[in-house]
Design a binder for this molecule. Structure first.
Ligand code: NAP
Length: 279
């Protein structure tokens, strides 16, 4: 039976550190943009706001209509870039289907891009000198470090290959000398997911499809980090069949209560970095 790695304790440590550093700073403000109505984006925004309130950080929720043109969206982001009262900006996914992630993230002032998604920030991550590590990736790394399992020489499978999570995390795992497999939509369509998970000591799933990863596919003793936040019966649910997977894994993160909570805390840690704080 797996140990369930709840992130509450780890979060508390970060929270204390952030509160301490905030004492020496002027009021910080995070602007968080969502486009249209989306359950998981709204859930994430709500948890960002709760954490901002707890930390004493100003929070500006920017809700834009789903049919906004890219030109108008660009103007909205420019205003936030230029606003001296705003310390950091995040643009929550999903974006309108026709927009490419990279086009959206390019609109951000790279100094306010606290998710580290602007190409300049991704480039710094690629060369191993990150300014901002994406909070989700930072959260996964923190949880893996807490699992006690060293990636060196281990087989790791990352499901989902987005610019935000799957691709940067795979790179980090490879830099830590894990042997990495990246599974994505084409792997799924070719019926290859199960094969990719066989033998994986580390499984990270970041797709957003509840129940995608079957419990019986998990290797005995594997560490399983579930990043997915889909919706099932009106509740937030991870990608992994939790009840079955916990019988096989040595350690597993719950949804909610695992990656998500920590991600929000690391977002604010990055906000402090945007205000010039060094950690
Ligand atoms: P995304 O950009 O939609 O990426 C999902 C990835 O999964 C894409 O590479 C996609 O491929 C792939 N994919 C889609 N269906 C698949 C399938 N059936 N099998 C294998 N791969 C499949 O989403 P994201 O921004 O990376 O977020 C992923 C999940 O993490 C979402 O549920 C999101 O809500 C959640 N999330 C959680 C946190 C947290 O802190 N807990 C933070 C951010 C995001 P294609 O693009 O080619 O279809």
């Amino acid at each position: 039976m797996a140990k369930i790695l709840d992130s509450k304790e780890i979060c508390r440590g970060f929270e204390d550190e952030i509160k301490e550093k905030l004492r020496a700073l002027p009021q910080l403000c995070l602007a968080s943009v969502i486009i249209g109505r989306n359950y998981s984006a709204k859930t994430y925004q709500n948890s960002q706001k709760q954490t901002a309130d707890k930390l004493g950080i100003k929070y500006l929720a920017v809700e834009l209509p789903s049919d906004i043109s890219f030109k108008d969206f660009n103007s909205e982001i420019s205003k936030l870039n230029q606003d001296k009262n705003i310390t950091g900006i995040i643009i929550n996914k999903p974006f309108p289907e026709k927009w490419k992630d990279v086009e959206v993230f390019c609109l951000l002032d790279e100094n306010k891009d606290i998710e580290g998604m602007h190409p300049a920030n991704l480039g710094k991550f690629l060369i191993g000198e990150p300014r901002y590590i994406s909070p989700t990736v930072g959260s996964i790394i923190t949880l893996l470090n807490n699992s006690g399992l060293k990636p060196y020489g281990k087989k790791a499978t990352v499901v989902g290959a987005s610019l935000l999570i799957g691709r940067p995390l795979s790179l980090w795992l490879a830099n830590e000398f894990a042997t990495v497999t990246i599974a994505h939509i084409a792997t799924y369509e070719a019926g290859g997911l199960e094969e990719c998970l066989k033998g994986a000591d580390i499984v990270v799933s970041a797709v957003g499809k509840p129940g995608l990863i079957k419990g019986e596919w998990i290797k005995k003793g594997a560490v399983v980090i579930d990043v997915g936040t889909g919706e099932r019966n009106g509740k937030i649910a991870g990608d992994v069949e939790f009840e079955k997977a916990k019988e096989k894994a040595s350690l597993i993160t719950p949804v909610p209560g695992g990656v998500g909570r920590l991600t929000t805390m690391l977002l604010y840690r990055n906000l402090l970095k945007a205000a010039g704080v060094r950690f």
